[in-house]
Design a protein around this ligand. Structure first.
Ligand SMILES: Nc1ncnc2c1ncn2[C@@H]1O[C@H](COP(=O)(O)OP(=O)(O)OP(=O)(O)O)[C@@H](O)[C@H]1O
Length: 439
């Protein structure tokens, strides 16, 4: 790119409000705009330094350090790329959404890349007094999905065990959406009766039933311009599923006792800890409603899928529940927490921490404060290092081959013993082993 075009680009970027840098194809920062210098510069000179040194304090590009590198992806694919990274900033590490856009010369060759950074406000990688916190790969994967779907108006279905933070995720989607200035209205569908559902959701007119002394606004109306979060959607009885489907299909509703169909204006987020697909098979959840609410599913990981987040979560939850400020956990307490299996996930962790704060008198919350009332909390079941495991769904033939190769390598089993354990004849075992690819 000629120098004058590059200078024009740099001065154009300088006027933009979002932090942006221009890089050459060798990861070197050529220029940074004023917003970048302000948010990420930390008073250090930037031009001439490599982006991975500034953002990650790495000595090698991200892709060689086990992270995805948007610059490399853009160079390879020739297209803009977006990834979520943990970046060093003058405030500490933060989740940053990074977008790269390739810049081409007259011959169409990529000569530079513009990188745009947006600090993610909806989640923290450091202990925080509110909102989502986490930095494990499972958490970052979920955050990536939240940020992708939030700007659209697509219906999101949050799936995950109880206490995994689905309501917080629903709020994060709302806050990252164009509706963030509108209301966020949460409705618990568990225990909803037919009459309650209709009058709660749709409101009622004066005189609609005994006790309806005045017109009452429903939650659908309260959510106008914002997000309606239906929690425990799997608990909704079939008769109410029909009513919800009608609302979603027509975008209109009628107050109880009213005549007019009123327009609804909300973004729908639903959540459940149930297996809705199995409920559809069992005909306890309507298939058409399932498809309507499941435009974009997001899995909220269970705590045992993100145990590396436990110290960070524990510190954050302590800030939230402790009546005395500034206390902390001892390293043994944190190690003990990280080794437990919490069936109730973050909610159970939070309750345990709250109990411990009541038992501890000093500045430090120690392991005995945790174990005193929770000595029955089971340890985390870690798969044995040599256990057989399959990380994804594979064809049954492939599964059998991998399993046989693993079983054959077990010490202490001869062919006869192995055949007996597998429940097949030795002849069959030989035949199957011969079909295995060479080790
Ligand atoms: N990533 C997180 N960071 C910090 N706190 C969290 C996080 N996830 C959940 N929490 C806290 O854990 C508790 C349970 O979260 P929440 O109520 O959102 O779970 P849920 O999945 O909606 O549960 P249920 O399915 O039972 O309704 C809340 O106190 C919430 O603030």
């Amino acid at each position: 790119m000629p120098a004058h075009s590059l200078n024009e680009l740099i001065s154009f970027l300088d006027g933009l409000p979002e932090p942006r840098i221009v890089m050459d194809t060798d990861y070197r920062i050529v220029a940074a705009n004023a917003a970048y210098v302000r948010e990420f510069g930390g008073g250090q000179p930037l031009a001439g330094r490599k982006c991975y040194q500034v953002s990650h304090h790495f000595d090698v590009p991200c892709d060689q350090a086990g992270e995805s590198c948007p610059l490399k992806l853009s160079l390879e694919g020739g297209e803009p790329q977006r990834v979520l990274h943990l970046h060093h900033t003058p405030r500490g590490e933060e989740h940053v959404a990074v977008e790269t856009t390739p810049i081409r010369d007259d011959q169409g060759r990529i000569t530079h890349l513009v990188e745009t950074m947006r600090v993610v406000r909806q989640a923290s990688s450091r202990a925080a007094a509110q909102g989502l916190v986490g930095r494990s790969p499972a958490f970052v994967g979920m955050l990536e999905k939240i940020l992708r779907v939030a700007p659209s108006d697509a219906a999101v279905l949050l799936l995950g065990e109880t206490g995994t933070g689905k309501e917080l995720v629903a709020r994060a989607i709302h806050e990252a959406s164009a509706r963030e200035d509108g209301p966020f209205v949460a409705v618990d569908c568990a225990g909803m009766t037919e009459t309650l559902f209709e009058s709660e959701l749709f409101g009622y007119e004066k005189g609609a039933f005994t006790g309806a002394m005045a017109r009452k606004q429903g939650l659908v109306e309260a959510a106008a311009g914002g997000t309606l979060f239906l929690d425990e959607i799997g608990e909704l009885p079939l008769a109410l599923q029909v009513k919800l489907l009608r609302l979603l299909e027509t975008g209109t509703y009628r107050r109880v006792g009213g005549l007019d169909w009123l327009p609804a204006d909300f973004r729908l987020v639903t959540a459940t800890h149930r297996d809705l697909r199995a409920m559809v098979q069992a005909e306890t959840f309507r298939r058409d409603l399932y498809f309507r609410i499941n435009t974009f599913p997001i899995h909220a990981p269970a705590l045992h899928e993100r145990t590396e987040d436990i110290p960070l979560l524990a510190a954050s939850l302590l800030e939230r529940v402790d009546r005395k400020a500034g206390r902390r956990f001892s390293p043994t307490a944190l190690a003990w927490l990280s080794e437990r299996r919490f069936a109730g996930n973050i909610r159970e962790l939070r309750n345990l921490i709250e109990r411990a704060t009541l038992l501890a008198d000093g500045e430090i919350i120690d392991q005995p404060h945790l174990t005193e009332l929770a000595d029955d909390l089971p340890p985390l079941a870690r798969p044995a290092a040599d256990a057989f495991s399959v990380g994804e769904v594979v064809a049954l033939d492939d599964l059998e081959r991998s399993y046989l190769a693993w079983a054959k390598a077990r010490p202490g089993l001869d062919m006869a013993g192995l055949a007996a354990r597998l429940g097949v004849s030795q002849r069959t075992l030989y035949r199957k082993l011969q079909a295995l690819p060479p080790a």
